[in-house]
Design a protein around this ligand. Structure first.
Ligand SMILES: [Zn+2]
Length: 78
């Protein structure tokens, strides 16, 4: 699964996991740069980022998604 994730590499050769959706105003945008991809992924897991088939995203965006779903559900009931 981790092979499908996109990582960002900085000049120092460190890796970070970017938020894939960036829909929240307070989106973290990008995780912390770590020595290895595994560490970057571990960091994201520690921060409780959400992992899906599409990639991963931060808690703030997850909350935004939840809000959007709630909005959609209210629309459907009309
Ligand atoms: Zn985000």
């Amino acid at each position: 699964m981790s092979d499908e994730l996109k990582y960002i590499e900085n000049k120092e050769g460190k890796f970070a996991v970017p938020c894939q959706i960036k829909i929240a105003e307070d989106c973290v945008q990008i995780g912390e740069f770590c020595e290895s991809k595994e560490d970057a992924l571990y960091w994201a897991e520690e921060e409780c980022w959400i992992f899906s088939g599409e990639g991963c995203f931060c808690l703030q965006c997850n909350q935004e998604i939840m809000r959007n779903i709630a909005k959609l559900q209210t629309k459907k009931t009309n």
